[in-house]
Design a protein around this ligand. Structure first.
Ligand code: NAD
Length: 334
């Protein structure tokens, strides 16, 4: 089997490419990445060592895309992944996250490829998510998607609709994975994306942080899933894609792996043995949500899969990776 991973030099894409190669799931694994994310240069080296070729192409460049070889499967992990970029550079988000999917779909039609799409919990309406009062509530695939969700969320949701239209017309087999927060080694966290990795890095290097939004005390709650659990699930999906397809599912760490920023701070203190100054800023972004925990019932039932790594494993693994690579990482995480 020949597989193309778009965004292959990103956090998810690089880990998945190497996982597929090491587990001999595909004979050929190629990556497409324009290396725009900080840290992708470090990942392109990892790919090279694992004999995975990266095509340095912008996903919005349809002509360049159509010159690429034919693949049996495309796993679309390419995105401008920070929700807040929707406010600062909307063109970039639309061209990468929506036009990019459109281009990939055209390639899938030409080559008769299947597609696994990395969507997001951000397809759900911000207003409805903000109304959740019960902190045990789990968000399933039927949650409201009608109201605004950020331009990032809009692009993910619209990409999902495009995939379904293309599948209906051209019989493309697809799986849409709506992920909650993913974390683990090789995530180059920044203020607006990859908060677990950012929190560990700042504690390790005794730098300052801020709780931003809502009460300004770090009360936001998210469920977090380890990248190795994500890779194991995608392998299951690839193995069964001829019989299980045309599917949209929520995937996340679930209730057991849900955590507030405040709790994350105390875990980071224990693991790094450092205590840092955390400022408070109550100004809440239009795009922030106070709470999100995935309902994994559907994915569990279909694939007999559940996340194996707990939250502590995630933080410990990120810390170990950062500790070993501390000097190199200084260039990429600030
Ligand atoms: N990390 C998470 O918590 C999370 C959660 C839900 C969904 N997702 C989705 O999973 C996918 C992977 O996320 P990630 O965390 O690995 O993000 P990432 O930023 O680490 O990786 C994305 C990669 O895409 C590349 N890229 C960006 N714009 C490009 C363009 N125009 N052309 C070609 N390459 C481009 C970047 O260089 C980067 O290497 C994304 O679609 C993201 O929206 C991630």
């Amino acid at each position: 089997m020949k597989v193309l991973i778009t965004g292959g030099c990103g956090f998810v894409g690089s880990n998945l490419s190497i996982f597929l190669k090491k587990n001999k799931i595909a004979k050929t694994v190629h990556s497409l990445d324009n290396l725009s994310r900080r840290g992708s240069l470090m990942n392109v080296e990892r790919l090279r060592k694992n004999k995975i070729k990266n095509f340095k192409i912008d996903i919005s460049n349809n002509k360049a895309l159509l010159k690429l070889p034919k693949y049996n499967l495309i796993v679309d992990c390419c995105a401008e992944a920070a929700v807040e970029t929707s406010k600062k550079d909307v063109d970039k988000v639309i061209y990468t996250n929506l036009i990019g999917t459109f281009n990939i779909l055209k390639k899938c039609v030409r080559d008769k490829s299947k597609i696994i799409f990395l969507s997001s919990s951000r397809v759900y309406s911000i207003k409805k998510l903000r109304e959740i009062k019960n902190k045990k509530f789990l968000i399933n695939e039927n949650f409201d998607t009608k109201e605004p969700k950020s331009i990032y969320g809009f692009c993910k949701y619209s990409s999902e609709q495009l995939i379904k239209e293309f599948s209906y017309l051209y019989k493309i087999k697809y799986i849409i994975n709506r992920f909650g927060v993913i974390s683990g080694p090789w995530q180059f966290g920044k203020q607006d994306q990859g908060f677990v990795s950012l929190w560990v890095w700042k504690h390790m290097n005794k730098k300052k942080l801020s709780y931003i939004g809502f009460d300004g005390k770090g009360s936001q709650i998210r469920d977090v899933i380890h990248i190795s659990d994500v890779c194991e699930l995608i392998i299951k999906q690839i193995k069964k894609i001829n019989i299980i397809n045309d599917l949209t599912i929520n995937i996340g760490g679930g209730k057991k792996n849900s955590i507030s920023l405040k709790k994350l701070t105390s875990i980071c203190q224990k693991i790094t043995l450092n205590k840092i100054k955390i400022f408070s800023n109550k100004k809440t972004s239009e795009y922030d949500i106070p709470y999100y925990i995935s309902d994994n019932s559907k994915v569990r039932k279909i694939y007999k899969w559940y996340p194996k790594k707990n939250f502590l494993n995630i933080v410990e693994d990120v810390y170990k990776w950062m500790f070993i690579n501390k000097n190199k990482l200084k260039k990429y995480i600030t």
